[in-house]
Design a protein around this ligand. Structure first.
Ligand code: KIV
Ligand code: ZN
Length: 525
């Protein structure tokens, strides 16, 4: 199988966008995604023009293997990338998962810093070099598109980093990625490192150089852009900056920075920025990680103007206080949209404006939910519709258990009593129980029907819009044997949303139980 490695050789300004939301992003504790959720994200990333999608780490679990296989069938334009440690077994497994990819890429890595060599790998400099030689050559014998990363590159001795990169290039790597694994570097250093490698590794001119930054000191976006200014032409990033610890470079930030500040950052990406909000909402919903309100580009307040002086300026000329238009990132004004008399055509039109193109079944399900909401809620806003769509998609993605009905007696007299019906693997179950308030009673009823030892770590309710008839968006975080999962749901009834969020989390827990912990990053076979 041959691949078409995206190249910048003919197009000096083009920066490739490598999305690792489903690999590095999913490594965030609690951000487990189901296969269906990953497929939705993959389809959207492809549609928005992401160049390379890192779909998973196939050796880590059967679930990851399946995800890479299925995602590679969905991606029409983007390269599908599978991660592998510096081991032939890992590389073979990644390659097996990529067999259906139109454009496959194997990404293999090994720790190169003294700390990683000594403590993680117990290997000498020479041994690491031998591994690089063996594994990059092997990966290249399978696939034309091979990315190699020296993990913890920013804390690796300069002379040794040069030696390792030169060797990987000599062995056939087509992309060299320079990770700031622990988010330690600063913009000036990030640029200097890329410039130094370009100067000292002659063969590097024939490769794409990538930058992979973590955000521990809040400098990931600045570091990635500085690397681009010094010659990197691939940015590795995640939607909403999702990722372990403080996360990865946020895709929306680097892409919009290059779009808005083209005067000083004269680079282009292939991203359709009007899809950014949709991607942000989808990733937030499926990962269970809410976006902070003041988050750049995608936060709820990113385009909100509160102070009188700002509002006055905005009314006179939006450019007084706005450096980009909300429409550029796919944000439509939260208009009062429709009510119970709105028909299918109007609903479809609204979905189109919000950037959703649903298949027939998904559309029908969303329409039924919208009608039910419009019956119970006087005013239906764009945010309500987005919540319904995201909720429909995540609920559809979780298979084994679902809420059938919930009845409640609660108030000032006595304990609350929940009567709950659920379907588990196609079988109906019913339970009535009490609790210290309605949420406790609901969760107790679910616990009685679904055997588990998970502990509730977070229960959070957020109102989608203003008003007492607002939909409630509920997030539930569960922990079992160190594994963390998040479940979300939205409904006009807070208790129904709570029950569904809890059940969604349990569904994810079932998936997580089948998934072994990601393999430790060590290279010894
Ligand atoms: O941060 C890191 O070093 C990584 C590598 C696997 C590229 O994610
Ligand atoms: Zn990383």
């Amino acid at each position: 199988m041959t691949s078409q490695t995206p190249t910048t050789r003919d197009d000096a300004d083009r920066v490739l966008i490598f999305d690792t939301t489903m690999r590095d992003g999913e490594q965030s504790p609690g951000a487990t995604m189901t296969l269906d959720e990953k497929l939705q994200i993959a389809a959207l990333l492809d549609e928005m023009g992401v160049d390379i999608v890192e779909a998973g780490f196939p050796i880590a679990s059967d679930g990851d293997f399946e995800a890479v296989t299925e995602i590679s069938k969905v991606l029409q334009n983007a390269v599908t990338c599978g991660l592998a440690r510096a081991s032939k077994g890992d590389i073979e497994r990644a390659w097996a998962a990529l067999q259906h990819a139109r454009k496959p890429r194997i990404h293999t890595f090994i720790g190169t810093s003294p700390l990683h060599r000594q403590h993680q790998l117990s290997m000498s400099r020479e041994q690491v070099l031998d591994k690089i030689r063996e594994t990059v050559t092997f990966a290249r014998s399978l696939c034309d598109d091979v990315q190699w990363s020296p993990m913890d590159a920013t804390r690796t001795e300069e002379d040794y980093l040069v030696e390792t990169v030169a060797l990987a290039v000599e062995c056939g790597a087509t992309t060299i990625n320079i990770p700031d694994t622990v988010g330690y570097t600063a913009p000036r250093e990030s640029a200097a490192l890329i410039a130094m490698l370009h100067e000292k590794v002659p063969g590097l001119a024939d490769c794409v150089v990538a930058t992979h930054c973590h955000n521990d000191l809040g400098m990931a976006t600045a570091n990635a852009l500085a690397a681009v200014e010094a010659g990197a032409r691939q940015i590795e990033c995640t939607i909403n900056g999702l990722g372990e610890r403080a996360g990865n470079t946020a895709l929306e930030e680097v892409v919009m920075a290059m779009k808005v500040r083209r005067d000083i950052l004269p680079y282009r990406t292939g991203i359709d920025t009007t899809k950014i909000m949709r991607a942000s909402r989808l990733v937030s919903t499926v990962s269970g990680f809410p976006v902070q309100p003041n988050k750049a580009i995608v936060g709820k307040n990113a385009f909100a103007h509160e102070s009188g002086i700002h509002q006055d300026g905005m009314l006179k000329n939006a450019e007084t206080f706005e450096i980009m238009r909300p429409e550029d990132v796919g944000l439509t004004e939260s208009n009062l949209v429709m009510g119970k008399h709105s028909g299918r055509a109007a609903f479809k039109d609204k979905l189109g404006q919000l950037g959703y193109d649903l298949g027939d079944n998904a559309f029908q399900e969303a329409f039924v939910r919208f009608k039910a909401l419009a019956d119970s809620k006087k005013e239906v806003y764009d945010d309500d519709i987005v919540a319904v769509i995201e909720d429909t998609q995540t609920t559809a993605a979780h298979g084994r258990m679902r809420l059938v009905s919930l009845g409640m007696v609660c108030g000032t007299e006595g304990p609350a009593t929940a009567t709950l019906a659920m379907e588990i693997d196609g079988q109906g179950h019913r339970h009535e129980t009490t609790g210290n308030g309605p949420v406790d009673a609901t969760f107790n009823a679910i616990k009685a029907l679904v055997d588990h030892t998970a502990r509730l770590k977070l229960y959070q309710v957020h109102a989608v819009t203003d008003g007492t008839d607002a939909q409630a968006e509920v997030s539930v975080r569960l922990e079992e044997d160190g594994k963390i999962v998040m479940g979300n749901a939205a409904d006009a009834d807070t208790l129904v949303a709570s029950a569904r969020a809890y059940i969604n989390a349990l569904n994810k827990l079932m998936v997580r139980r089948q998934k072994t912990a990601p393999a430790p990053v060590e290279a010894a076979e």
